[in-house]
Design a protein. Structure first.
Length: 85
């Protein structure tokens, strides 16, 4: 979701930076600067989304269950391994 939102922000930023100043001039609004800020924010959101997606693919979990011979109850154990970048 964040990768798509980042690409959307970059597209809106490009439109605002390069198309809006030529079509619509407003006193006190620097459309080029606003567009570049949106482009940078979109790039950061996209990069963050890629890092999070890569990190989510590296986690593994192992579940084991056995019966305790002393009490006769089932014991379940789950181990999770997250490899960090």
């Amino acid at each position: 979701m964040s990768i798509g939102f980042g690409i959307f922000l970059m597209a809106v930023g490009a439109i605002v930076a390069w198309a809006v100043p030529a079509l619509w001039a407003v006193e006190g609004a620097n459309w080029t600067l606003i567009g570049y800020i949106l482009l940078a924010a979109g790039a950061l959101v996209t990069l963050f989304g890629i890092i999070m997606a890569a990190r989510a693919g590296r986690s593994t979990s192992v579940s084991r269950s056995r019966v305790d011979p002393d009490t006769g109850t089932r014991v379940e154990r789950t181990e999770r391994n997250d490899d960090l970048l």
